[in-house]
Design a protein around this ligand. Structure first.
Ligand SMILES: NC(=O)c1ccc[n+]([C@@H]2O[C@H](COP(=O)([O-])OP(=O)(O)OC[C@H]3O[C@@H](n4cnc5c(N)ncnc54)[C@H](O)[C@@H]3O)[C@@H](O)[C@H]2O)c1
Length: 266
């Protein structure tokens, strides 16, 4: 039967569903957690910063939603398994996993020493959470949606971020591998590749230098940065039943940046 979910009001799109979002204390993850909660989901909010995770849970609850904090390092495989078990104990299901966590360290490749931390956080975490959620919650019921957050740096390189670029290319391979392997279990696996987005990663204290940010924005055909909420909308679409036949998709949400030949606007 063809599902007719597109006529559902947004507020019930995820009604009765449980979603887990990693790195959801700030930025795109926080926006995705809010949007999923506003659209009816119970949201498990992971962040390495317990104060940020608790704050997002409180804000969701204050807005009438339901949420649970999962404070811990998303790149720790044992923690991921324990956190997934905690969600299953609390709610008995996980319908949506958003593998959002990501960090960036800027240094020339020859001096890059943060390889392990960046690759573990950005890539290994996505595998650990996918594996734990699929096994405990999705494979047994034959359904589920996983949305991985990569970057346009997963499709083309930027200088001085080798750990980020390599890990994000890995996320795209992970997405395709899991989509191919878990389709038989009814699990859809997709990936959003955000372009430059206004979050701590870009505009925060340890974000990009203002001149670099300006140069990047100049190469975006839409002529501006994305808001975190716009990335959340892309994530929610792929997580929703409106995308019921979409799997293995690598979806740019980049204001047209990668469509621009040679990166030059004239
Ligand atoms: N902001 C952008 O321009 C942009 C562009 C492309 C892709 N992305 C991707 O979007 C995702 C979210 O980025 P963002 O800009 O919202 O980042 P952000 O820095 O604003 O937020 C990331 C959140 O993850 C948390 N976090 C960091 N390490 C963690 C860990 N080990 N375990 C659990 N939580 C951890 C942080 O405390 C923070 O709350 C990342 O995967 C990033 O690579 C962002």
């Amino acid at each position: 039967m063809i599902p007719s979910h597109s006529s559902d009001p947004a507020s019930v799109r995820f009604k009765g569903r449980v979603a887990v979002v990693t790195g959801a204390g700030g930025g795109i993850g926080r926006a995705a957690a809010f949007l999923l909660a506003r659209q009816g989901a119970i949201v498990a909010v992971n962040d390495v910063n317990p104060v940020m995770a608790a704050a997002v849970v409180s804000e969701i609850e204050a807005a009438g939603g339901r949420a649970l904090a999962l404070a811990g390092d998303a790149a720790d495989e044992a923690f991921a398994a324990e956190a997934v078990a905690e969600v299953m104990l609390a709610y008995g299901r996980i319908d949506v996993l958003v593998n959002n966590v990501g960090i960036s360290v800027v240094a020339p490749a020859e001096d890059f020493v943060a390889w392990d931390r960046v690759v573990r956080t950005n890539l290994y975490s996505q595998f650990y959470w996918s594996k734990a959620v699929a096994k405990a919650a999705m494979i047994p019921v034959g359904r589920g949606a996983i949305v991985n957050v990569a970057s346009i740096a997963g499709l083309a390189a930027v200088p001085n971020q080798i750990g980020y670029v390599v890990s994000k290319h890995g996320v795209i391979g992970l997405t395709r591998s899991l989509a191919v392997e878990w389709g038989r279990h009814g699990i859809r696996v997709n990936c959003v590749c955000p372009g430059i987005t206004a979050t701590d990663l870009t505009t925060g204290a340890s974000g990009m230098a203002p001149d670099r940010l300006k140069a990047r924005i100049a190469r975006v055909p839409l002529g501006r940065m994305s808001e975190a909420d716009e990335q959340a909308e892309a994530i929610a679409y792929l997580a929703s039943e409106e995308a019921s036949y979409v799997s293995g998709l690598i979806m740019n949400a980049d204001g047209g940046q990668l469509a621009l030949h040679s990166g030059v606007m004239t």
